[in-house]
Design a protein around this ligand. Structure first.
Ligand code: SD4
Length: 310
């Protein structure tokens, strides 16, 4: 039997987001509404890595990326968006109200304001301010490629925490609704202290997020550059189309990154999660410490530790 509705999302912040998505899905609502309302919870919460409370770029500005995709292959995204609280909703407006898929920077902000989204103050959260000041003490303005080679804890990649887990920089969510339709969303502030103008995988359809209503849906978290390199979420969906389970598909995508990165793979983290039309779910990551939240009943909203390769 098909397990539906179901929603899954990245990291432990996924529990609260799933709950909001479940409120939509359990009433027979559309997956698209569920994945939007789900990640809005994370965008509103004070969080290192999603929404306006997140860590800024190297120049001290919070810049946000988000994307959304529905069962008809409609998609929308915003990149490098500043001072707007809910990038995911702006991405949805791009999808629904413009002839385009992606808007970036000041144009995306202008569109958001014209759609009635308030322009929030250009101010860092207290926590982000503190983190930024700390980062500035040692700030290294080096191209990404060099940063990758440093041992500095200010490095570009998601950082490994003392308990062995990784800090999370994104929420990606995919859902199957009661009608059997799939949608997905992804929203992030990107890497903390990134170069100004840097855009990650999250707003790129096929990289950070992909939905094919015949097959399944996938989303990514972790070092966006290496997700983009393999068109990660699209790859996961295509692997499911070839008959792989969601978990196998995520695993094969992770293996491809590891193959490309060689010995450098141990310095980065990437995780994929996916669901298919049957409501099966799975996730895989490069290394230990990635988790995702799964919800398919009022009393079933739980964390799963991502299996890993290295
Ligand atoms: C990015 N993929 O901007 C995002 C960040 C992330 O865990 O998910 N980090 O590259």
């Amino acid at each position: 039997a098909v397990r539906k509705p179901i929603v899954i999302s990245t990291w432990d912040t996924g529990i609260a987001a799933n709950q909001a998505a479940w409120n939509v899905l359990s009433k027979g609502g559309r997956a698209l509404d569920a994945v939007e309302q789900g990640v809005m919870v994370t965008e509103s919460s004070l969080n290192c890595c999603v929404g306006l409370g997140a860590n800024p770029d190297r120049d001290g500005y919070v810049t946000l990326d988000a994307s959304i995709m529905d069962e008809h292959a409609n998609c929308g995204s915003v990149a490098y968006l500043e001072r707007i609280k809910h990038p995911i909703s702006v991405a949805r407006r791009v999808m629904e109200k413009t002839p385009h898929v992606m808007l970036a920077g000041s144009g995306a902000q202008q569109f958001a304001v014209s759609e009635g989204f308030p322009l929030e103050p250009a101010r860092l959260s207290d926590q982000a301010e503190k983190e930024y000041k700390k980062w500035l003490e040692k700030s290294e303005y080096k191209p990404v490629i060099n940063i990758e080679n440093t041992k500095s804890p200010t490095a570009f990649a998601p950082q490994k925490l003392s308990d062995g887990s990784w800090n999370h920089d994104t929420i990606g969510m995919v859902a199957l609704d009661a009608a059997g339709n799939l949608s997905g969303s992804c929203t992030t502030s990107g890497m903390g202290f990134k170069m100004r103008g840097r855009i990650g995988d999250s707003p790129i359809i096929g990289a950070g997020l992909f939905v094919d209503n015949e097959v399944g849906a996938a989303t990514a978290t972790g070092q966006g550059e290496d997700v983009i390199r393999i068109c990660g979420s699209h790859l996961v969906v295509e692997l499911m189309r070839q008959g792989n389970s969601p978990e196998q598909a995520c695993k094969k995508a992770v293996e491809r990154i590891i193959k490309i990165k060689g010995s450098k793979a141990k310095d980065i983290q990437v995780g994929f999660i996916a669901i298919n039309k049957q409501g099966e779910y799975g996730g895989y990551c490069i290394q230990k410490g990635f988790s995702f939240a799964v919800c398919y009943a009022d009393d079933k909203n739980f964390m799963v530790q991502g299996k890993y390769i290295l």
